[in-house]
Design a protein around this ligand. Structure first.
Ligand SMILES: Nc1ncnc2c1ncn2[C@@H]1O[C@H](COP(=O)(O)OP(=O)(O)OP(=O)(O)O)[C@@H](O)[C@H]1O
Ligand SMILES: [Mg+2]
Length: 579
C-alpha cells in the first residue's frame, strides 16, 4: 500500500493532463467568445455601409462554424471535468472509506461518521458541475478588457472598473459565507448524529416513549443547521443579485460611453455594440463563479477535511510480512486507553503466555478487563510498553495478516448484514465451507444454524437483528474461531449462553489450547474459567494478581484483610503442562 499522501500527489499528477486539456479548451472557447462581438462589429461597420450581401453571407457562414466549434469545445470541457470528478472518486473513495472506518479507533467521531464520504460526493459533484469551468474562464478576463482598451481607453476603464467591483463582491461573498457554511456542516453532523443514534436504538426509543423528545432534539439541531445554511445562502444570493445588476449596469454604461464616443466621432457604431457585448462577456465568469461559490466553498472545505483524514491515516512504511506466530504472547509493561482520551484504562500490565495456555481474566466492573482485551488484539494501540506475538509488536504486522492470527469476540456482539456463513468467514470472498463448518462446530453452533430457515445462508439482518442474543453470541464465537487463529480473545463469551452453551465454550477453549493456540477469556461467572489454567485479576486498571488458576482463585476467594495487602504481581512466564 502506498501512502495516501503519495497517492494523492500521483492522483493530482494523473489529473494534470486533464486539467491541461481543460485549460487549453477554455482558452479556445474564450477566444471563440470574441467572434460574436467581432461579427457584430463587422456587420455594423462593413456590411451595412457597403450593403454587400455576399460579405454578409460569408461572415454568417464563418460565424456559424465558429459557434459550432465553440459548442463542441464546451461539451468536451464538461465531459473532461465530469471524468476528473469520477477519477477523483475512484482513486480516493477506498482510502477515504478505510479512513472513515479507522476514525473511531483514533478518537471521537462526529455525527454519524459518514461525513468523509459525503465530502467526497460533494467534491465529485463540484467537478462535474459548472463551477470549475468558470474558474478556468476567469484568467481570460484580461483578454476582453484588453480588447476594450484597444477599442477606446474610456471603454477599457469602464470595463476594468466594473470587473474590479465584481471581484470585490466575490471576495466579500467568500469572506462572509465561510464561517456560516462551516458552521452549517458542523450543525448537520450533530443533526445526523441524533437521527443515526435514534435509528440504531429504535426499540428503546419506542418502548420508553422517547420518540417525541428525540424528535425535539432533532428539530433543534435541524433548525440550527437550516439557519446557518440560510445565512450562507442569503449572503451568496444577495451578492449574486448585486453582481447581476452590476453587470447589466455596466453593459449599459459601456453602451452609453460608446454612444458618446460615436457622437464625438471617436468610435464607430460597431465598436460601441461590440464593446458592450464584450464587457458583459468578460463579467460572465465572475458572475458564474459567484453563483457557484457555495458549491466551491463546500467542496474546498470538504477537500480540507478529507486531506486531514488522509494524512491522519497515512501509514508510514509497509511492514514486512511476518511468519505466523506459534509460540508466545508477551505483554511488556503495557498500558492503553480510549482513543482520543488521556486516561489509561489499563496500565503496567506484564505477563507472558506460551502456546497452549488459557488465561481467564476476572475483576469487578470497569476494572479494565475489556480495555485489556482491546489492547491484546491491537484495537487500542499501546500508549506505553508493547504487546508482542512471537517477539513482533502488534504494530509491526500488516493489519490483514495480523487479523488472520487473531480471533476476537467483543463484549457487545455485532454482526454484519449478510449471511451466517459470510459472518463466520469474516466476509472472506470464497471461504472454504469446511472451515466455516469447523468453526461453527467448535462454537457448538452448527446444529443451531441448521435449524435456521436458510441454514448457513440465512440473512442475519442489520447488526444481526434477526437472531436472538444467544445466537448472535455463538455465531460471533464461531467467527472468532474461524481459521484457527493463534490468539483468541473472548470478552464475556458466556453472558448470553445457557448451560449447554457454556459446556461448548469450555470445549472450544480446550481445543484451542490443544491445537497450540492461546486463549484469553474474560469472565464474570466462574463457569467460563473451567477450561483455563491461568487467571489474572484486574483491579482499577492494573493487574492485581496473576498465576495458576487454583493459586490465584484461592487467594482471591480468601477473605482479604485490606486491598493494599495484595501486592500487584508482575507475572513471570509460567511453564505449562499440556492439557
Ligand atoms: N471507549 C471508551 N471511551 C472512554 N472510556 C472508556 C472506553 N471504554 C472503556 N472506558 C473506560 O475504561 C474503564 C474500564 O472499562 P472496561 O470496559 O475495560 O471495564 P470492564 O472491566 O470490561 O467492565 P465490565 O465488566 O463492566 O465489562 C472504565 O472506567 C471505562 O469508563
Ligand atoms: Mg467489559
Amino acid at each position: 500500500m502506498t501512502s495516501p499522501l503519495k497517492k494523492r500527489l500521483s492522483l493530482l499528477g494523473s489529473c494534470r493532463g486533464a486539467f491541461l486539456g481543460v485549460a487549453v479548451l477554455s482558452g479556445l472557447i474564450n477566444l471563440l467568445y470574441l467572434s460574436g462581438s467581432i461579427f457584430m462589429m463587422e456587420v455594423y461597420d462593413r456590411v451595412l455601409p457597403s450593403r454587400s450581401i455576399p460579405t454578409l453571407v460569408g461572415l454568417s457562414i464563418i460565424i456559424v462554424v465558429l459557434y459550432l466549434f465553440q459548442g463542441v469545445f464546451d461539451m468536451l470541457r464538461g465531459r473532461i471535468m465530469a471524468r476528473v470528478g469520477a477519477a477523483v472518486d475512484e482513486d480516493l473513495s477506498q482510502q477515504i472509506f478505510q479512513g472513515q472506518l479507522k476514525a473511531p479507533l483514533k478518537g471521537k467521531v462526529e455525527g454519524d461518521g459518514q461525513q468523509p464520504l459525503r465530502d467526497l460526493d460533494q467534491l465529485r459533484a463540484f467537478f462535474a458541475g459548472g463551477g470549475p469551468s468558470a474558474l478556468f474562464d476567469l484568467p481570460w478576463m484580461p483578454l476582453y478588457l484588453f480588447v476594450c482598451f484597444a477599442f477606446h481607453p474610456w471603454l477599457g476603464v469602464a470595463a476594468l472598473g466594473g470587473a474590479s467591483l465584481l471581484v470585490v463582491i466575490t471576495l466579500l461573498t467568500e469572506l462572509l459565507t465561510k464561517e456560516a457554511s462551516k458552521a452549517a456542516v458542523s450543525a448537520a453532523l450533530v443533526r445526523n448524529g441524533i437521527s443515526e443514534g435514534a435509528r440504531r436504538n429504535a426499540e428503546v426509543v419506542q418502548a420508553m416513549g422517547m420518540a417525541k423528545r428525540v424528535g425535539v432534539r432533532w428539530a433543534d439541531a435541524n433548525a440550527s443547521y437550516l439557519e446557518y445554511q440560510q445565512r450562507a445562502s442569503d449572503v451568496a444570493g444577495g451578492f449574486g443579485a448585486m453582481s447581476k445588476v452590476l453587470r447589466m449596469l455596466l453593459q449599459s454604461a459601456v453602451l452609453a460611453i460608446g454612444a458618446y464616443l460615436v457622437i464625438d466621432g471617436q468610435a464607430t457604431g460597431g465598436i460601441m455594440i461590440a464593446s458592450s457585448i464584450l464587457t458583459s462577456r468578460a463579467m460572465a465568469p465572475v458572475e458564474l463563479a459567484i453563483g457557484n461559490w457555495k458549491g466551491f466553498v463546500s467542496a474546498r472545505q470538504g477537500w480540507r477535511r478529507l486531506k486531514t483524514l488522509l494524512e491522519a491515516h497515512a501509514s508510514a512504511e509497509e511492514p514486512l510480512k511476518l511468519p505466523a506466530p506459534r509460540t508466545l504472547l508477551t505483554v511488556e509493561n503495557a498500558g492503553a486507553g480510549a482513543p482520543g482520551g488521556q486516561r489509561f484504562a489499563v496500565q503496567d500490565v506484564a505477563f507472558e503466555l506460551k502456546a497452549g495456555s488459557g488465561l481467564g481474566i476476572i475483576g469487578p466492573s470497569a476494572s479494565g478487563k475489556s480495555s485489556l482485551a482491546r489492547m491484546l488484539v491491537g484495537v487500542w494501540p499501546t500508549w506505553r510498553g508493547k504487546v508482542r506475538l512471537d517477539g513482533a509488536a502488534l504494530e509491526q504486522w500488516l493489519p490483514e495478516d495480523l487479523g488472520q492470527h487473531i480471533g476476537y469476540l467483543p463484549q457487545d456482539v455485532e454482526l454484519f448484514a449478510g449471511t451466517v456463513a459470510q459472518n463466520i468467514a469474516r466476509f472472506e470472498p470464497n471461504p472454504k465451507p469446511e472451515a466455516v463448518i469447523e468453526a461453527a462446530k467448535s462454537a457448538n453452533v452448527h446444529e443451531m444454524i441448521l435449524q435456521l430457515p436458510d441454514g448457513y445462508e440465512t440473512q442475519v439482518g442489520e447488526a444481526g437483528a434477526a437472531l436472538s442474543g444467544g445466537q448472535r453470541q455463538r455465531i460471533a464465537l464461531a467467527r472468532a474461531l474461524y481459521g484457527n487463529p493463534f490468539l483468541v480473545v473472548l470478552d464475556e463469551p458466556n453472558s448470553n449462553l445457557d448451560n449447554e452453551g457454556e459446556q461448548a465454550l469450555t470445549a472450544a477453549i480446550m481445543s484451542i489450547r490443544a491445537r497450540g493456540g492461546i486463549v484469553v477469556v474474560i469472565a464474570h461467572r466462574p463457569s467460563a474459567l473451567a477450561g483455563v489454567d491461568l487467571v489474572l485479576v484486574m483491579s482499577e486498571g492494573r493487574v492485581q494478581s496473576f498465576g495458576p488458576k487454583e493459586e490465584v482463585l484461592s487467594k482471591v476467594l480468601r477473605p482479604v484483610p485490606a486491598p493494599q495487602a495484595i501486592e500487584p504481581r508482575v507475572a513471570s512466564a509460567i511453564q505449562l503442562k499440556a492439557v
